[in-house]
Design a protein around this ligand. Sequence first.
Ligand SMILES: [Zn+2]
Length: 117
Amino acid sequence: MPTAESCHGRDCSRPVVVTFRAQALCLDHFCTRCYELLDEIDRCQRCHSGTSACTAEHGLIADECAARALDVCMSETLLNNLERARLLDILLWCGDLSSLHRGKNARAVFRAPAHAR
Ligand SMILES: [Zn+2]
């Protein structure tokens, strides 16, 4: 029986660093869960370019993944280089998936305007 402070992952007693989709998770299980969800979204988008209901839901999931990953980065949790790399990878992947939902010109805003010198 897990206590309030232990991870919801199976057979896991590591400390909780984040609550994601109503589950209290340790860093390891959080990353694993994110990768599972993002992988699923990625595959769904590839095979049938998503129905609108499907993509809206995916956008929310990707945004939540990114927000929680950022929470962990900004928290007092001590992270080693591998953990930092995983969180950054998750953030970037979420960014890719979210920008697909917002239309292919979403990235244009990051480019310098043509008239800027
Ligand atoms: Zn865990």
